[in-house]
Design a protein around this ligand. Structure first.
Ligand code: HEC
Ligand SMILES: [Cu+2]
Length: 321
C-alpha cells in the first residue's frame, strides 16, 4: 500500500474504464505532437538560410487534403466525446442493488455508516465485486473524498448531498484522502478502504454490539424528536403523511411541483418555511442546529424506507391536499 508507484493500482470497474480514456488521450496528444513537430523541424532544416531547396512556391490545391484534415479530427473528437459520455453515465449512475453507505466529512475526519448500522471512522470496509453507493455531506467546510485506486473523487459540500459509487475489483487496502484544503490538519484527513471477500465482510459487519439500521434509527428519531406527533393519522395538527411520498411529486403552495428527494426532505426539516406543501400551514418548526448530519440522513433513510407504503387510514395523502 505504501510503496511509491507512478500510477495508483486499478481496483474498481470505473478505474479501468477511466484509465483507457486517459491513455487514449495521452496517445492521441503524443501523435498530434509528432504530426506538428516533425514537419516544423524538417522544414527548418530543409529551408535553412543558404540551403539549395526549391523556393518557387507553386500553388497546390487539393480538396482531398482540405476535407481530410477537417473530417478526420472531427470524427476523432466526436468519438472521444461519445466514449467519454458512455463512461460518464456509467460512473454517475449507481446500480439499484448498491450497498448504501453514508459519509460525513468534518475537520478533520471521515465518519461513515453502513445501511445496516455499523459505524466507522476513517475506514470503509466493503465486499469485493459489490456496488457500493456513498451519500456524502460535510458538517463544516468543503472536503473532497478521494480514493485514487478507484478513480473516485467527489467534493463533499456542507448543506448538500453528493453521491458516488464504485465496484471494487480486488481485495486489499486502498488510500482515502481529503483532496480539498480544509484547514490546519487537512493532510491528516486520511483513511483507508478495506476490500474484503463477501464472507469476511459479512463476518465483519456482525462483530461488535448489535446495531440499529440507518432506517430504524430514523424511525426512532421520528418518534423521539416529535415528528410523529404531527405526521401521523391521529395527530391534532394538520400535517402531510409521509408514507408513500418519497420519489413522488408533491404540490407546493406556490403551485410548483417538487419531487420528494433527499434535498427536499432535508430542506423541509431545516428550512420548513422555504417550501410549504399545498393545503398546509407553515407550522412546522425548524430543526436546524438540533439534529446532526447523521441524524438528518437517518430520518431521510426512514422516509425513503416508507416510500412504498400507504398511510394506514382510508384517505391517501394526495387526496387530503
Ligand atoms: C408541529 C407539527 C410538525 C412537526 C413537529 C414536524 N412537522 Fe413536518 N410538516 C408539518 C406541516 C404542517 C407540514 C406541511 C407544511 C410545510 O410544508 O411546511 C410539514 C411538512 C413536512 C415535510 C414535507 C412533506 C410533503 O409532503 O411535502 C417533511 C418531509 C417533513 N415535514 C418532515 C418532518 C420531520 C422529519 C420532522 C421531525 C424532525 C417533522 N416534519 C416535524 C408539521 C410538522
Ligand atoms: Cu478535508
Amino acid at each position: 500500500m505504501d510503496k511509491f508507484r507512478l500510477f495508483p493500482p486499478e481496483a474498481s470497474t470505473s478505474a479501468q474504464q477511466i484509465d483507457w480514456i486517459y491513455f487514449a488521450l495521452v496517445a492521441l496528444t503524443f501523435l498530434i505532437c509528432i504530426i506538428v513537430f516533425v514537419p516544423i523541424i524538417s522544414f527548418a532544416i530543409k529551408y535553412r538560410r543558404g540551403s539549395k531547396a526549391d523556393r518557387s512556391n507553386p500553388r497546390v490545391e487539393s480538396v482531398l487534403i482540405e476535407s481530410g484534415w477537417t473530417i478526420v479530427p472531427l470524427l476523432i473528437f466526436i468519438g472521444l466525446f461519445g466514449w467519454g459520455a458512455v463512461v460518464y453515465f456509467h460512473v454517475e449512475n449507481p446500480p439499484r442493488d448498491a450497498l448504501q453507505v453514508i459519509v460525513v466529512g468534518k475537520q478533520w475526519m471521515w465518519r461513515l455508516q453502513h445501511a445496516e448500522g455499523k459505524q466507522e471512522i476513517n475506514e470503509l470496509h466493503v465486499p469485493v465485486a459489490r456496488a457500493v453507493e456513498l451519500t456524502m455531506t460535510s458538517q463544516d467546510v468543503i472536503h473532497s473524498f478521494f480514493v485514487p485506486a478507484f478513480r473516485l473523487h467527489q467534493d463533499v459540500v456542507p448543506g448538500k448531498y453528493t453521491r458516488e459509487w464504485f465496484r471494487a475489483t480486488r481485495t486489499g487496502e486502498y488510500h482515502i484522502f481529503c483532496s480539498q484544503y480544509c484547514g490546519t490538519q487537512h493532510s491528516a484527513m486520511i483513511g483507508r478502504v478495506v476490500v474484503m471477500e463477501p464472507v469476511d465482510y459479512a463476518r465483519w459487519l456482525n462483530t461488535g454490539q448489535p446495531m440499529e439500521s440507518i432506517a430504524l434509527a430514523g424511525e426512532r428519531l421520528f418518534r423521539e424528536r416529535g415528528c410523529s406527533g404531527c405526521h401521523s393519522v391521529n395527530s391534532k395538527f394538520h400535517a402531510p403523511l409521509l408514507e408513500g411520498t418519497y420519489r413522488k411529486p408533491v404540490p407546493l403552495e406556490t403551485g410548483e411541483m417538487v419531487t420528494v428527494d433527499e434535498r427536499y426532505v432535508r430542506d423541509s426539516i431545516l428550512l420548513p418555511g422555504k417550501e410549504i406543501a399545498k393545503g398546509y400551514q407553515n407550522i412546522m418548526p425548524s430543526f436546524a442546529g438540533t439534529l446532526s448530519e447523521e441524524e438528518i440522513m437517518q430520518l431521510i433513510a426512514y422516509i425513503k424506507s416508507i416510500g412504498n407504503q400507504t398511510p394506514s387510514n382510508e384517505s391517501a395523502p394526495n387526496e387530503q391536499r
